[in-house]
Design a protein around this ligand. Structure first.
Ligand code: GLA
Length: 733
């Protein structure tokens, strides 16, 4: 997989080749990234050295201009004027670094990063290239891991101060890729609360296009994920280069089209408002960037990400485990939860065949609305007089599992914790704190805080009655500062916070591997590979309306397998956008997510009991099917979505057709299945019809039609009205 000969390094597997070389002057030059090459070690760079008026000659070398030479890890201050991967103020007070090849190491497998989540090893090799700025004794290690069975390249960088004076690091991207003059389109995912992961596509503009976060979390505004699609690329064909980061804090991914049409992709911690001071002997480790290349368009790319995330990112303990169906109290009861209410909901859960009760926000001391109590992680004595453990046991005695909501990183000023420790919050001195949902952020740079929260959660979990934890985080960070960190190091606080968070998650999830942790941040405000390294699933959005959610799931699916997502049937009219939809459509929008449930009040459950029972039976029956399979975006338009899903054993195929607005007298629509077994037959479960795989793929399947004269029950017809959907199951026979 890794070869090195005559100053050329190549990483090749069945998915891609990645090649770079050490130039005669020691600069690491990028040579090739793309479909696998037969003989990568013999590849050569395109011609880049030519006389141009206005060209600078790097260190006197004729026509060698770093603004045009593709590099592996560009710096600033010499002949390259684009944004650099690395920027550091040295002992002379300037920021000029010239990093040249010093040595390299190849190791089998891969080492975890210290203090940061990282992709698991196994069936992989790692190449470490050591670069050095000889004048200032700055050493940078670039680490590249290639797996035998994944189309991803994992990169990170680490700087070490080998000199005897302080360095001020202001920018250390995890990875940089210089593409030759290219025409790319960008696809990225943006959004906000309740409309996370909306996709946007655009041509790469000249100049620098950046998606980033300076909110303290990876954020819903810009997911740390970007796709560069070669011009003719589409869902099923063409070269696609994509990048994400195993990190949950302030990230930055930038695409810069330079003066010679060359395109630079940088992925890493956001350099804006970041600085890290490196005393002699100190080092700084970047998070890991992950790149996925596919020559089979966006679908091929998504499948690479899905299998990599399952195999190498999400916790092993829940890898192949079906998730319990559940009721969540949030949209059922909001803050009006108490022992009797939860036990009643538990009875309702039993009556419709659910498997778990999740007690969401509102259970702890004084928490009757969102103005108080975050930080006081003990049961409200009035509303839960027998405590949480007792409630959990009562629920378990009904044959159900029990889950609980926490928001451990936050604090209300109206809380015991704040009274006792007003200095435990993130706050810049002399600033006036802005509140978000009436709350402040705890200072996770402070070990005492992290230990305190660990103890609180440990005592909640240690009795073994809690099966699931929904870990929420409901505000962005502002007026950031930490009294625990020296004045000179205040710009280190956002990253130190994330290191504190990771240390807490690491301790807890190691101690409780059998607790199912769900990541949530007002929905998808921190949905990233960092959080998924500790938590097996994520609540992608508070948008529980199916039409709103379809878009979110479609966006998610570019990067995430749907078995890291949870879904539920929420109320109608929907509480976020007021839309009225059927129970069936509310279920169907999330049907391919791993965790299925409901969040409805008593009367909604009673009114819809038989339909809910039927749907939850379906969810339970297929809960293992929804883990580990292949998802296909067959169709997406303003008015329709069609998704296909094949189980990991290839035995079942699901087809979901979602129709947004109904129109009269519409033409028939057909959809061609993909990746079925050509010579196998498939039984359409609802009507016993048998089709050959070949027929379904080549001739296609007629999508249900809206008819004014047929009733909703006929399977060939769509239910009448807007926002309707049909989910078909086919079994290979
Ligand atoms: C956030 C979550 C919701 C719910 C509430 C509780 O908004 O996204 O699902 O848990 O907090 O306060």
């Amino acid at each position: 997989m890794i070869a090195s000969e005559k100053n050329i390094f190549s990483l090749t597997n069945k998915y891609y080749s990645y090649v770079f070389r050490v130039g005669d002057n020691g600069i690491l030059e990028h040579v090739y990234y793309g479909a696998p090459l037969n003989n990568p070690i013999n590849s050569f760079s395109h011609h880049y050295q030519t006389h141009r008026d206005g060209v600078l000659h790097f260190q006197g070398e004729k026509n060698y201009n770093l603004s045009e030479i593709p590099q592996e890890y560009p710096t600033f201050g010499s002949t390259d004027f684009r944004f650099p991967a690395f920027h550091c103020k040295n002992e002379d007070g300037n920021t000029i670094s010239v990093l040249k090849y010093k040595e390299h190491f190849i190791i089998s497998d891969k080492k975890p990063l210290s203090g940061l989540p990282s992709a698991r090893g196994g069936n992989c090799n790692t190449l470490i290239i050591r670069l050095e700025d000889n004048s200032h004794k700055i050493v940078v290690d670039l680490t590249y891991t290639i797996y035998k069975n994944h189309g991803v390249l994992v990169r990170s960088s680490k700087v070490k101060n080998k000199g005897n004076k302080k360095l001020e690091l202001s920018n250390i991207y995890s990875s940089s890729i210089d593409f030759p003059a290219s025409q790319f389109k960008i696809l990225h995912l943006h959004g906000s609360w309740s409309r996370e992961l909306s996709e946007e596509t655009m041509s790469v503009p000249r100049g620098r296009f950046i998606i980033d976060s300076n909110r303290g979390s990876s954020s819903a505004a810009h997911s740390p994920f970007i796709v560069l699609c070669e011009n003719q690329c589409n869902e099923i064909s063409g070269n696609v280069y994509s990048s994400s980061l195993i990190y949950s804090g302030n990230h930055s991914i930038s695409v810069e089209k330079g003066e010679f049409n060359n395109v630079r992709l940088l992925t890493g911690i956001n350099p804006f408002n970041f600085s890290w001071s490196l005393s002699p002997g100190d080092s700084f480790q970047s998070p890991e960037a992950v790149h996925a290349f596919s020559k089979d368009g966006l679908r091929g790319m998504s499948h690479i990400w899905h299998s990599f995330i399952r195999e190498k990112i999400t916790p092993v303990s829940f890898k192949n485990k079906p998730r319990p169906t559940y009721i969540n109290t949030w949209e059922s009861s909001y803050f009006k939860v108490n022992q009797a209410e939860v036990l009643n909901l538990a009875d309702k859960a039993v009556s419709i065949g659910l498997e778990m009760v999740v007690l969401d926000d509102g259970w702890f001391e004084g928490r009757t609305d969102d103005t108080s109590s975050l930080g006081d992680w003990y049961a409200d004595a009035n509303r839960f007089p027998d405590g949480i453990q007792d409630l959990a046991i009562k629920i378990k005695n009904k044959g159900l599992k029990f889950g609980i909501w926490v928001e451990p990183e936050m604090i209300n000023t109206r809380s015991e914790l704040y009274k006792n420790h007003p200095d435990w919050v993130l706050k810049a001195p002399e600033s006036i704190s802005s509140l978000g949902r009436n709350q402040l952020v705890l200072d996770f740079c402070n070990n005492d805080v992290v230990n305190y929260i660990f103890d609180k959660l440990d005592s909640l979990l240690s009795e073994g009655n809690i099966d699931y934890v929904k870990w929420d985080m409901n505000r962005n960070m502002s007026e950031v500062g930490s009294p625990k960190v020296s004045i000179q190091k205040q710009l280190e606080v956002p990253h130190r916070y994330i290191l504190g968070l990771y240390s807490l998650l690491n301790r807890l999830t190691k101690k409780y591997p059998n607790v199912l942790f769900e990541n949530c941040a007002s929905g998808g405000n921190r949905l990233d590979l960092g959080m998924l390294s500790y938590m097996s699933q994520s609540w992608p959005s508070d948008m529980s309306d199916p039409i709103g959610r379809l878009k979110i799931i479609n966006g998610c699916s570019y990067l995430f397998p749907l078995d890291v997502l949870s879904a539920y049937i929420g109320p109608s009219p929907n509480h976020q956008n007021g839309r009225i939809t059927s129970i069936n459509s509310r279920f169907n929008a999330g049907a391919f997510c791993a965790a299925q449930g409901i969040s409805l009040n008593h009367s909604d459950i009673d009114k819809n009991k038989s339909e809910l029972t039927e749907l939850m039976k379906f969810a339970k029956e297929h809960s293992s099917d929804m883990i580990g399979g292949r998802f296909y975006r067959l169709k997406k338009s303003d008015n329709a979505y069609c998704w296909q899903y094949i189980t990991k054993d290839y035995d079942k195929v699901f087809l979901l057709y979602f129709h947004i607005l109904s129109g009269p007298n519409e033409p028939f629509k057909h959809i061609k299945f993909v990746e079925l077994e050509e010579n196998s037959n498939y039984l359409q479960v609802c009507n016993g019809k048998i089709y050959s795989g070949n027929l379904l793929m080549e001739n296609g399947f007629t999508l249900p039609y809206v008819s004014m004269t047929h009733d909703n029950k006929n399977i060939s017809y769509m239910p009448k009205g807007d926002f309707t959907s049909k989910l078909f199951v086919f079994e290979k026979i």
